[in-house]
Design a protein around this ligand. Structure first.
Ligand SMILES: [Zn+2]
Length: 319
């Protein structure tokens, strides 16, 4: 019985069936041939039964039980019976299994695409070898580059904008995301004000922009349309707060460590196990003292920042 779970059905949908298979040599080779007698001319859509010739096409497919899979599929070449058609002969298609001239099945290409988007070219290439697919990082990048960007059905109204490193410390680009549909809609080759302004002029439907605190994006929006509402995005606000807290704790490190040491010694002297309640109740005065000093310092800085603007990590000017 030549039924291979997960493969026989897509082959049947393409008008093929499994003749035989062989798992020698560390890979599964599936031989398939045609089950239908006619095919459709891609030029004039006429049906033909006149077989002009045959050849075999090899398609790499997803792995089966950890083995790489190759489908050796019979392809017939037909004569077009329409005298007025410019196409004299044509090869039958394999339907949804693979597009013409492709060496992989569509579902294998989709698996590679997902790997590439998740991990990037080099890492996805290394993992693919472990999974039995075995393509290089360059191949993975070619698969990603051939992926068409989805065209938005409606013009964007609310979008987020941020920079990203093409070469860290040297070159930066800008990514633009439709926040209502949660989809990236464009990538720009720079993060300068003029680059973003040119893009904004092509998208007059924009009403709200969520951005970081960099001055370039603010300037671009102001230049093109000062009625567009600009808001600081949540990620950068949280990132700024986290960095401020880290700096605060680093500055108060000695006091916090001393308070913790005093507390531990006191509890050890009393001979009781250290619990959250005992820490909170018995020596709360010492901890409170240290934290009060920390909070006072932080609140003072925060109050100052609220008036002057918190500096961001990239060193670019604040809004
Ligand atoms: Zn034709």
């Amino acid at each position: 019985m030549n039924d291979i779970p997960g493969l026989s059905r897509p082959l049947a949908d393409a008008g093929k069936h499994v003749d035989s298979w062989d798992d020698a040599g560390g890979q599964l080779v599936v031989v398939a041939s045609s089950t239908v007698s006619r095919s459709t001319c891609p030029q004039c859509a006429g049906q033909s039964r006149q077989v002009h010739g045959r050849y075999r096409r090899r398609l790499a497919d997803r792995t089966c039980f950890g083995l790489p899979v190759t489908i050796s599929i019979e392809i017939r070449r037909f004569k077009c019976c329409n005298a007025s058609c410019a196409q004299r002969t044509f090869s039958e298609s394999v339907g949804e299994l693979a597009t013409r001239s492709q060496r992989r099945t569509n579902r294998l290409t989709e698996a590679l695409r997902r790997l590439g988007f998740a991990l990037g070219g080099a890492a996805a290439g290394r993992l693919s070898a472990h999974l039995g697919i075995g393509v290089s990082g360059d191949t993975m990048l070619r698969v990603l580059h051939r992926t068409a960007c989805p065209t938005p059905k409606e013009p964007p109204v609310v979008f987020g904008i941020d920079d990203w490193a093409i070469t860290r410390g040297h070159r930066y680009g800008t990514i633009i995301v439709d926040l209502e549909r949660r989809q990236p809609i464009d990538v720009l080759g720079g993060r300068e004000s003029i680059v973003v302004a040119d893009w904004l002029r092509l998208h007059p439907t924009i009403q709200i922009v969520a951005r970081d605190r960099a001055g370039a994006y603010s300037e671009a929006v102001q230049t093109v349309d000062d009625k567009v509402l600009q808001v600081a995005d949540r990620w950068h606000l949280i990132a700024n707060m986290r960095e401020s807290i880290e700096r605060l704790l680093l500055r108060q490190h000695a006091k916090l460590r001393e308070a913790a040491r005093t507390l531990s010694e006191a509890i050890r002297t009393e001979g009781h196990p250290v619990t959250a309640n005992s820490l909170a109740c018995r020596r709360s005065g010492e901890v409170h003292h240290a934290m009060s000093a920390s909070n006072a310092s932080w609140i003072g800085r925060r109050s100052h920042s609220a008036h002057s603007g918190i500096g961001n990590s990239s060193g670019r000017s604040s809004m």
